[in-house]
Every structure is written in structure tokens, then in C-alpha cells.
Design a protein. Sequence first.
Lengths: 140, 123
Amino acid sequence: MTAPWAAGQEPQVYPIARSGDLVHIRQAIRALSQQCRLSLVDQTKMITAASELARNTLIYGGGGEVTAGLVRTGGKQGVTAVFEDSGPGIPDVEQAMTDGWTSGGGLGLGLSGARRLVDDFRLDTAPGEGTTVTITKWVR
Amino acid sequence: MSERIPILRIGETLLVSVQFDLEDQMVLNLQEDLAEQIVAKSAQGVIIDISALEIVDSFVGRMLATVAAISRVLDARTVVVGMRPAVAITLVELGLSLGGVDTALDLEKGLAKLREPTSSALR
């Protein structure tokens, strides 16, 4: 984790097992973004980034889960979502982060685009060891 | 899963209003249904109203671009109307500028756009 979860606000875990789960995850991230009063544009960016990453977890990671909640550090407040799968991992991270590159049938904007939409972005992956992507949007 | 978004017809125009956050399968269904209806109803234009959508991710964005391309091939035009400003900002930052997609700020302007004489240079 990059930042501590806000005290008294347990993060929630949501499964990513079928495409219908993406709708629930978008709703959950929206609720959190509203709760910590992100601006409307920042809410939209955070929900969109979460939607991209949840779809990656489902399609490329073979499913997994997301842990989402409010974070607080040094007077800053924000929303964090951690996407985890135990899929094949990403062999070439630099390539995967390139706009337009895809190993599947997508547009190749998921990872690179999601990174542009959030404030903090962290990718942990290794071949055969799954992928974890952590994103945070801070209240400005 | 088999839920489908209604496609309305006004004259030679098909109208779709997306009123809630869509599952991926519904997005794909809409794409197929529109292609089918353009031919079945000999439609000249398609309006997709996304004013109720709070987010458009790359999956929905790709559907909009694909529908625009499909309709061009089927001799019809597609205009996406009502995109929220926050959605536009996010889409561009995401990397999707929807290059081949005609847009209008609202339904009225979208219908007006469809009435404009078609120039092959525009398409």
C-alpha cells in the first residue's frame, strides 16, 4: 500500500469474476469519490480508470478482486483502489504501458490511459505471479 | 444478460438513449441491434444520446466509434449527443478522441446535423 486506509473506514473488497461486476465496482468507486468530495471531473476520471483496470483484471488476469476505500496521509484525503489477480502477469511492463499496445483484442488504452487519469499509479507484476495495480486520486 | 436498449425510429432516424450504466454485453448487443435496424428500417441517421452517462470508458468509447463506422458502411450517419463535459475531458485524457465520431451538444443539434446535406468530404 502506498497510503494508509483512513481510520474507522474499512476498505471493501469486491470480486471481479464476470462483466456484471464492473457495474458494481463503478458504483462503489463513485460512492467513495463522492464521500471524500472529489471534484466532478476527478470523480469521473477515477471511476473511468477503475473501470479500465477492473476489465483488465477480468480479461487478462482471469478475474480477481479489487479493494477500495478512503485513504488519508499528511492532511491529504483520497480514494484508493487495489486491483489484484493471480493471472499470468505481465512479462514486459514497458510494452504493456504503451498506448495502443494490447495482448488481447482491446484498444491498448487500459493501463496507460488509467495511469494518466489518476494521481498515483503503481504496477506490481511478474510472469506467472499475477498483477496488482494500485491507483489513488487525491482531493485537491 | 439479454437486456436490450430500445431503439426508437423517427422517420429515417434511429434514436437510442442510454439511460443507465451498461454491462459490456449490453454494449455489444446495442452495436449489433443498431446495425440490424439501420438495414431493416432503411435508416439514414442514428442518434445516440449519452447525456445520462456519468462515465464512458474505452469499451463504450470503442462501441461508439464502431457504430459510427458500421453506419457509414451501411450508408447512414451516426451522431453522438449530450456528452457531459467531465466525460469529454476524461475520454481525451484516456487517449480516446473519438476521431471518426460526429457529435452534437444535444438532441436538437444532433437532429439538425443529420439534416445537413451530406458531403462526402465530411464522411
